[in-house]
Design a protein around this ligand. Structure first.
Ligand code: ATP
Length: 364
């Protein structure tokens, strides 16, 4: 089922009644999510991810705009009639019910022609439990399960009605680092196996990059970029997206375009064509630095960390407020005794941004 949002805006009334402006949680948001994809809504806390998810789910109504499932406008259709499964961060299982009863719960509320026999319910519970591999735990209570197992029960409960769209709100946040990794691979497997269009909310860029077909990067309720994770990483639309994706983060410098070149400090670090003379922000990915004794860009050397296959040359520069972290091949020759280190910059890992709008400026 493809999911389309058309010009969605959500304004919450302000708690201060005298202030009539309201809180704009989501602003004029339009995206088209293809059938069968796993898409992450990614952005910092408070950027409107959950509000957007709840509008797709039907738990919140948009102030403006429309939600479509396939060709159907579902904006005014109540949540229980949309055919969605929802998984929350805190699992939201009933502690007094067994795993079997928890998973069966959504089926027991079906009415009319949708009503199922006990046997049919049992088959569906078993099928969902098998998908998430907890069919051996059906008679336990949630309190007798690990966090990861509880989240699998919550996923099975969302899957049992075979929803058209699966919605997950930070489903891994309550798990420890190891279980997080394991469960996110599990979610990817389940999504591939079932082919259900899945929308997953997270503020963790690494999680989003590793599990999604597409990521939707947002800030302050506004869509900043949508695309395949690697494409968004390699080709960010603006400085926020460039900085939000990637560990270590992109290194940001004060720079200037003049005489057909990009300058950082008084060094001409790269030729650039097709850009007018102006001050700019320069973002360089850690892997965009090539150590070279004849290099165009000189930094003060702080130290070298060995990361195994690669090394991280850590340095500083007066045009960069924070420490510069680079990742270079372990074969690179870096003189650890020297006070400075010279680099050439890879043009495809170096981004230029307008100082005011922070939008990307393309160059050739
Ligand atoms: P987090 O990652 O912290 O959960 P989020 O990206 O999911 O954040 P939302 O929960 O969607 O963000 O909130 C977006 C904005 O809307 C925030 O500024 C929040 O304070 C505001 N907001 C959310 N729900 C309400 C509400 N019921 N009433 C008023 N403001 C709200």
């Amino acid at each position: 089922m493809n999911v389309k949002l058309e010009g969605i805006t959500k304004v919450f009334p302000n708690r201060d009644r005298k202030d009539k402006t309201g809180v704009v949680a989501v602003r004029d948001f339009s995206i088209d999510i293809p059938d069968g994809e796993l898409v992450c809504l990614l952005g910092p806390s408070g950027c409107g991810k959950s509000t957007l998810l709840y509008m797709i789910c039907g738990l919140e109504s948009p102030t403006e705009g429309k939600v479509f499932f396939g060709e159907t406008d579902v904006t005014d259709i109540p949540s229980e009639k949309r055919g969605v499964g929802l998984v929350f961060q805190n699992y939201a299982l009933y502690p007094h019910l067994t795993v079997r009863q928890n998973i069966r719960f959504p089926l027991e509320n079906l009415k009319g022609s949708d009503k199922l026999t006990r046997e049919d319910m049992e088959d569906k519970v078993l099928e969902a439990a098998k998908i998430v591999q907890i069919d051996g735990l059906l008679d336990r209570k949630p309190g007798q399960l690990s966090g990861g197992q509880q989240q699998r029960v919550a996923i099975a409960r969302a899957l049992v009605k075979m929803p058209k769209v699966l919605l997950m709100d930070e489903p891994l946040s309550n798990l420890d680092a190891r279980l997080r990794l394991q469960t996110r691979e599990e979610i990817r497997r389940i999504q591939r196996q079932t082919g259900i269009t899945t929308i997953f909310v997270t503020h963790d860029q690494e999680e989003a990059m590793s599990i999604s077909d597409r990521i939707v990067v947002m800030r302050d309720g506004v869509l900043h970029q949508i695309g395949h994770p690697q494409d968004v990483y390699n080709d960010p639309a603006n400085m926020f997206v460039a900085c939000f994706l990637g560990t270590p983060a992109v290194n940001v410098f004060n720079g200037e375009i003049k005489r057909g070149g990009l300058y950082i400090g008084n060094e001409r670090v790269m030729d650039v064509n097709g850009v007018k003379e102006m001050p700019v922000w320069v973002g360089v990915r850690p892997e965009g630095f090539i150590p070279d004794p004849e290099g165009a860009f000189t930094c003060d050397l702080n130290g070298v960390d060995v990361l195994g296959r690669d090394i991280s040359v850590v340095c500083s520069h007066k045009s960069c407020e924070s420490v510069i972290r680079t990742i270079v091949s372990a074969e690179s020759e870096v003189d650890c005794e020297s006070k400075t280190v010279k680099f050439n910059l890879k043009p495809n890992k170096t981004y230029i941004f307008d100082k005011e709008s922070e939008e990307r400026i393309r160059f050739s």
